[in-house]
Design a protein around this ligand. Structure first.
Ligand code: ADP
Ligand code: ZN
Ligand code: ZN
Length: 747
């Protein structure tokens, strides 16, 4: 017998192997196979009785992962769809979608071994530390570790002390410690959940709009895409919770997949889901995201794969999890660009979620206060069913008032501002401080200042490896390149002319944090951005300080804008938004509008009247007017009309070919050759080809980058062109790397 195996290899083909073990002759099985001089892990896709590879060159499967049941043929179908759609090999899609730990055959035997967890009994909690001799430090440490968390893994105990297990045995015999053995592979006892017709008394009464939405989702028959358009604070999460409860209650083994755009939002969602689904045992809800340790990610993936997990909460990578009983998918904040993977397989998790729901014939809910124009257009055409939540759910909570602060006008009138913070904004911040309410200051630029410059000669600190300025980071006392990570100390004087008066130009979050501390005396200011949350777990700690009321002013990047349900924020200040108004990227205004609606939505959620102050030089811009009226619909319709006139997505379909060369000329020449190849492809007659152009930041890490955009009004023509183009591109030389992106978001 022969098997055709998908390997993580750029050749878009399956690889044939002889198969002597019947366990391996099942599609979806993980196997280890010889490849060149190595052994690699692959996925059996087909079983055959013949092979075209000559017998003497055929090698045999060398190992089978018996610990992990095969993935379903439906899952293989999903991977095959993604591979075809995004122009990759099946193995390049399927294998990276598996947890890293599973792709290492040497770990298979240990990966899903039962987990031994020790926990203190109430007797042990009362007796233990005191019963130990004072000088038994190792034992005391062990007792402390047990007391500090819910359980201690046997492996972790052993790491604390080589004889820990013997001590734990003794304590178990004394009744102080209990041992739980958790089987990773065991199926959970089917749990029936109470349906929504029997709501527990503590649940909020749904608003009429929420109730309609839940009902529509519950009654969906087969594939049903919903666009849940709900203003910020309208209780979209409550709709997800109720819809899931209904669907999971109806079928005792059904599974749900809930996607969130950012790792930082998973703790908040996890807590809400665990509280609501307390009837499920705690292993029935798992998270999947890149912040998990490898072992934990593998176990969580496995729980989803075996059906033990009923609810999977995760970031974009979770859309490719194996979920044999998947019955509903939720994509929260569906407009968020974070759903698009930016390297490797450049997939859109939202789009794959739609495909997956269609493949399985289940409902999929896309939720947002500012849906992507792609999804809004689908709803306009009746392909998605629109569900609307037009008001905030909490009684008395209304949308915040938006006020534009005209910076030109402030200047003309000679009104004082402090380091870019206008008088009215500072006054509003002080007022919130007096009232004991929280404020949020948003600007999308981290670091202290985006440039360090010399007034005397015009020198600006740049990256030696990139065509970009370096950002001044004051607390770290460094200049940093945000494109390649290059770092240096801050020079004392201008390296060109020796002038000692070099000065930061522009403002980032660190500088605003510093200014706020002096401009609003007595305020406790906290900054949340990629720099202040670099350590694992620190973002969550910082956010809980905000929730606990230990912060008066929170300053940060879009990390603070998304999804968080802040209870005491009544003021939002927006700085530096104007730069995105005049971008060359046609999606910049859509993105800016969504960000500003999101960040505005953090104000006034719990009934405090909320206010949003936007500092701008263009107070008459249509985008700000729509923001002031909370008019997503007006903005979306006007922008869609512009896109239609300009023949832009969603009215055409695009793909981007990017090339990286040692010189810009090499990258451009490659793209020009690539464009010339299109004449050999019949389907390309219906495809428009643009000129090859350098990227805005043309050089990163000494590599020059250029791109070529192609588009078509016909999705089929575009896909057919891409399919025929790939092999031709592989024949071209002269660049370091190239990649093809379907439905690019950054143009
Ligand atoms: P969204 O995700 O739409 O911005 P959330 O789901 O965060 O909104 O809900 C906003 C707030 O409204 C939360 O504090 C939530 O507990 C509350 N909430 C949701 N539904 C109801 C309801 N029906 N009655 C009262 N409060 C509600
Ligand atoms: Zn100088
Ligand atoms: Zn750089």
């Amino acid at each position: 017998m022969f098997v055709r195996v998908a390997l993580d290899h750029p050749l878009p083909t399956l690889f044939d192997y002889r198969c002597d073990t019947p366990e391996a002759a099942v599609p979806g099985t993980l196997v280890s196979v010889p490849f060149g001089k190595r052994h690699v892990v692959g996925l059996v896709c087909e079983v055959a009785t013949q092979s075209e590879v000559p017998a003497e060159r055929l090698r045999a499967v060398s190992g089978v992962c018996t610990a992990c049941p095969p993935v379903s043929t439906q899952w293989l179908g999903l991977a095959a769809f993604a591979a075809d759609y995004y122009q990759r090999g099946l193995g390049e899609v399927a294998l990276p979608a598996l947890p890293q730990a599973l792709r290492d055959a040497s770990r298979w035997s240990r990966l899903f071994a039962p987990q031994e967890r020790y926990r203190l009994t109430p007797e042990g909690r009362a007796a233990l530390p005191d019963a130990l001799p004072v000088r038994a430090t190792a034992l005391r440490k062990l007792a402390q570790a047990l007391a500090e968390s819910d359980f201690l893994l046997a492996a972790d105990a052993r790491a604390l002390h080589p004889k820990a297990l013997a001590a734990l045995d003794t304590w178990q015999a004394a009744g102080w410690v209990a041992l739980d053995v958790i089987e990773a592979a065991a199926m959970p006892a089917a749990t029936t959940l109470p349906g929504a017709d029997a709501p527990a008394p503590t649940l909020p009464t749904l608003t009429d709009e929420q109730a309609n939405a839940v009902e529509a989702i519950r009654d969906a028959d087969g594939f049903a895409p919903f666009l849940l358009h709900g203003v910020t604070g309208s209780g979209k999460t409550e709709v997800y919770l109720r819809a899931l409860a209904e669907i999971l209650a109806a079928k005792p083994d059904a599974q749900a997949l809930v996607l969130v755009p950012e790792i930082n939002l998973t703790p908040q969602f996890e807590a809400a889901f665990r509280a609501r689904f307390a009837a499920l045992d705690d292993t029935a809800i798992v998270t999947l995201h890149s912040g998990l340790a490898e072992g934990e990610r593998a176990r969580n993936w496995f729980a989803a794969h075996t059906g033990r997990a009923r609810i999977v909460l995760g970031t974009r990578l979770a859309v490719l999890a194996s979920l044999p009983q998947l019955a509903i998918i939720v994509v929260d904040e569906e407009h968020d660009p974070a759903y698009k993977q930016q390297e490797g397989l450049r997939y859109s998790a939202r789009d794959l979620a739609i495909y997956r729901a269609k493949q399985l014939g289940v409902p999929v809910v896309l939720g947002s206060a500012t849906p992507s124009l792609e999804s809004w257009w689908q709803a306009d055409q009746g392909r998605y069913k629109r569900l609307t939540l037009s008001r905030r759910a909490v009684a008395d909570a209304v949308l915040p008032t938006v006020r534009l602060i005209d910076l030109e006008d402030e200047r003309r009138r000679g009104r004082a501002s402090v380091e870019g913070l206008s008088g009215p904004l500072i006054a509003a911040l002080k007022m919130r401080l007096e009232r004991g309410e929280q404020s949020l200051v948003f600007l999308n630029r981290r670091g202290y200042a985006p440039q360090l410059a010399c007034d005397a000669c015009g020198w600006v600190a740049g990256c030696p490896r990139c065509s970009a300025y370096v950002v001044l980071h004051k607390p770290e006392r460094a200049l940093r390149c945000h494109h390649c990570g290059w770092e240096s100390r801050i020079p004392r004087s201008c390296p060109e002319c020796g002038n000692v008066d070099i000065a930061p130009m522009g403002r980032g979050t660190q500088r605003v944090e510093e200014t706020l501390a002096s401009a609003v005396p007595g305020a406790r200011v906290l900054r949340i951005d990629a720099d202040s949350t670099r350590r694992k777990g620190s973002a969550q700690a910082l956010f809980s300080d905000v929730h606990a009321g230990e912060v008066d002013i929170l300053v940060g990047t879009q990390m603070i804008a998304k999804g968080h349900d802040f209870q005491r924020v009544s003021l939002v200040g927006v700085l530096n938004a104007d730069t995105a108004l005049f971008s060359h990227d046609f999606r910049a205004s859509e993105r800016l509008f969504a960000q500003l609606m999101q960040v505005s939505g953090r104000a006034g959620r719990a009934g405090l009247p909320g206010e949003v102050l936007v500092q701008t030089r263009y107070p008459r811009h249509a985008l700000y007017h729509a923001l002031g009226r909370h008019d997503y619909v007006g903005f979306a319709n006007a922008t869609l009309a512009e896109r239609r006139d300009a023949h832009l997505p969603p009215f055409v379909y695009q793909a981007m070919l990017r090339a990286e060369g040692r010189t810009l000329e090499a990258a451009l020449a490659f793209l020009q050759q690539a464009a010339a190849e299109l004449v050999h492809i019949p389907a390309a007659e219906r495809v428009t080809v643009y000129d090859a152009v350098p990227l805005t930041i043309v050089k990163v890490m000494h590599v020059h980058r250029a791109q070529l955009l192609i588009e078509s009004a016909s999705r089929a023509a575009l896909q057919a062109t891409l399919r025929a183009w790939q092999p031709l591109l592989r024949g071209l030389k002269g660049v370091l790397r190239w990649n093809l992106e379907v439905d690019p978001l950054d143009i």
